[in-house]
Design a protein around this ligand. Structure first.
Ligand code: GLA
Length: 686
């Protein structure tokens, strides 16, 4: 999977560039674009993402002269092209001639053209037209030497509830369940008199009088992801008919609920992700790291590509804070530290019209004589100096378990509380790890192709769904000597959203040595938690949102609820199982008292994972034999280099001298490392 990216980076180095939409500009501007791209060190641009109406203004009538010129110009300038099949935004003629190609919402509202993304993924008219335009584009440009990668569609995520989608949903269900009896059982349709006697009766989960069937909803999420994957595969097949070799991908969107990227990744030659961290968030740096860890997990630990980001502000939030060039640089180099081998943007030139006219770009509407563009140029030069990082693996020993099935199921209605947000829980746990200086992969528990035993510690902050296979993998992992930290409300349901029967988590309680009989929302303000093992701490912690009425079935109890509905029950426990250890964390412990930090520190220590966090807001990551230190704060900082080296891989500890690849400054292993505000140091042996 990662070899797709290496095909480009081996030759071009770190990829740098962005979406390029020349069709929005007069051809006289294109020459200036290309000249400025060269000066900025741009080596790859994504062309044509939203160009369908400009390529096929009327059905079957094509206009390629402009794209011929653009690709030739780019070729002459030595800039490679990631060429899009422009199927994300059909022209108005498609919706006009085929109203059934427009998407229908769960309440029956049909969405119009006049924006973008207005297609029903099941529509035969859309699919035929999308394959048709892709065929034209790919056949024409497959042998164009500027084209180095293919970009199918854009940010797949459309959902539709129309009758054609209902038919396809039934086909998908027939393939999954075989018989109506099996479907009725999986969906527990006996509840509320929903039993189906004919496949034709089955519908997508449209707006209904009261709560919808959670098993049906969960299958519709899976179906929606698979349906879009079919569309992507149709595009990929068009490419492969004409071009057997060059990588094909599309852009993922981090923690986006619309598709399950773990199910898509085998079809993506390059893991490419779009990320727009919110500059207004105090947790932006930690949360951006989490998205990077997800991308790296999807790439099996190998390199990945940032396909889109903003050079400064976006225009789709309510209040769009800008980013300074220094901050942009820290974000880009942070991603690089986390295994990213390319920094692409939306977009090269800022639009002067259309809905995204206030969205920043590498080249602002104010022109090249701007701080943003100067920052872009400096960054381009620095990325050339960092070419040696390409392909190097990131040093990490810990994984966070996270899968889309669990996320989808744990955000359904009618749970014990609507306040337990699984993604917020994942972020909260990760922010603790980030502060402690621990780099993690984000990997799914529900796939058997992830090598869990490569990690010293697994953390499952929000594993609501657990099926037999995943439970068996976790059991084997701990029995074999692994360390596992299990979070609140975990292992509650199976893959159909049915509760497991028995004390919870029914499939893993023997591993945890703790079991629960009731899920108990906690009062506003939470319950206090006291340590029974004073070796861990003597400061009471706070448990919020949701706890479990627990007892120890053999685990050592480390903390209990001191008041509230769960007074006396186990909040934190520790259990030896086989050759490994399991930790139980029964509620959200991020509140006052910092109990989560205490538990995570103890678990990391128990698993022998060194902590890298020395200075708040300063991140240190090892990529290959290179230490990347990122000062996310606006203050100067100083790192203790011997301590940083000790937390890294063995190969680096032995280094006699170290050089900053960006400034050439040299350090001895016994030195301290000064970091200016927002500075990044990339320190390699030699
Ligand atoms: C997404 C899209 C781009 C653009 C950006 C703006 O990532 O793929 O076309 O709209 O958002 O942030």
């Amino acid at each position: 999977m990662t070899s797709g990216l290496a095909r480009l980076t081996d030759e071009l180095g770190i990829l740098y560039g962005g979406d390029y939409n020349p069709e929005q500009w007069d051809p006289s501007v294109w020459r200036e674009d290309v000249a400025l791209m060269r000066e900025a060190g741009v080596n790859l641009v994504t062309v044509g993402v939203f160009s369908w109406s400009h390529l096929e203004p009327r059905p079957g009538e094509y206009r390629f002269d402009w794209m011929d010129q653009v690709l030739d110009l780019l070729l002459d300038a030595g800039i490679a092209v990631d060429l899009a099949t422009p199927v994300a935004s059909p022209p108005p003629w498609l919706g006009h001639l085929h109203p059934e190609s427009l998407p229908t919402m769960a309440d029956g509202t049909v969405l119009s053209y006049g924006s973008r993304n207005q297609f029903c993924p099941s529509s035969d008219a859309y699919r035929a037209a999308a394959v048709g335009i892709a065929e034209q584009v790919v056949a024409r440009y497959a042998s164009h030497p500027a084209v180095r990668m293919w970009h199918a569609g854009n940010e797949y995520g459309q959902v539709c509830f129309c009758d054609r989608c209902a038919e396809r949903f039934r086909d998908w269900l027939r393939a999954r369940y075989g018989t109506l009896d099996a479907l009725n059982a999986a969906w527990a349709t006996v509840v509320w008199s929903q039993e189906y006697g004919d496949w034709a009766e089955i519908l997508p989960p449209r707006v209904a009088p009261y709560h919808r069937n959670p098993s049906q909803e969960l299958d519709f999420r899976r179906f929606g992801s698979d349906l879009l994957l079919d569309l992507y595969r149709e595009q990929r097949a068009v490419v492969r008919r004409h071009d057997p070799a060059r990588p094909v991908t599309t852009n993922l969107m981090g923690f986006f609920g619309g598709i399950d990227p773990h199910h898509w990744r085998a079809d993506l030659d390059v893991i490419a992700d779009d990320a727009y961290p919110d500059p207004a968030s105090p947790d932006a740096a930690a949360d951006a790291a989490l998205v990077n860890h997800l991308a790296r997990g999807l790439a099996d630990g190998g390199p990945w590509l940032r396909m889109e980001q903003a050079a400064s502000a976006v225009s789709w939030r309510e209040h769009n804070l800008t980013k300074s060039p220094a901050r942009l640089r820290t974000e880009v180099l942070q991603a690089l530290a986390h295994g990213c081998d390319g920094a692409l943007f939306f977009q090269w030139r800022q639009a002067r019209s259309g809905p995204e006219r206030f969205h920043s770009a590498m080249l602002p509407v104010a022109g090249a004589d701007t701080a943003v563009h100067e920052g872009v140029r400096r960054l381009g030069a620095e990325l050339r100096a960092l070419r040696g990082l390409v392909g190097a693996p990131v040093h990490r020993r810990v994984a966070l378990l996270w899968d889309w099935t669990s996320w989808w199921a744990a955000t359904q209605v009618a749970l014990p509380t609507a306040r337990l947000d699984p993604l917020a829980t994942l972020q909260a746990w990760h922010r603790e790890l980030w502060r402690l200086g621990v780099v993690v992969d984000v990997v799914p528990a529900d796939r058997d192709n992830v090598a869990l035993d490569g990690y010293d510690l697994l953390l499952a902050p929000a594993q609501y769904v657990l099926d037999d296979d995943a439970a068996a993998r976790l059991d084997a992992y701990v029995a074999g000597g692994g360390h596992l930290v299990w979070g609140p409300f975990g292992g509650v349901a199976d893959g159909s959203s049915h509760l497991h029967v028995g004390r919870s988590p029914a499939l893993l309680r023997h591993v945890l040595g703790v079991s629960a009989e009731e899920w108990v929302p906690l009062p506003d303000g939470g319950s206090s938690v006291v340590w029974t093992d004073t070796g861990l701490g003597d400061r009471p912690g706070t448990a919020t949102v949701l706890g479990e009425r627990t007892r120890s079935d053999g685990a050592a109890v480390l903390a209990t609820y001191d008041d509230g509905p769960l007074a006396g029950c186990v909040t934190v426990a520790h259990h030896a199982y086989g050759a490994g250890r399991a930790w139980y964390v029964g509620a959200d412990l991020t509140g006052p008292g910092g109990a989560l930090t205490t538990v995570l520190r103890a678990a990391l220590d128990g698993a022998g994972v060194p902590l890298g966090g020395q200075v708040p807001g300063v991140e240190t990551v090892w990529r290959g034999a290179t230490l990347v230190a990122v000062n996310h704060t606006g203050h100067p900082a100083t790192l203790d280099l011997p301590a940083a080296l000790a937390a890294g891989p063995d190969v680096v500890r032995a280094a006699a001298g170290l050089t900053d690849a960006l400034t050439g400054s040299r350090y001895r292993p016994a030195d301290t490392l000064p970091l200016a505000p927002h500075d990044v140091v990339v320190l390699g042996a030699g």
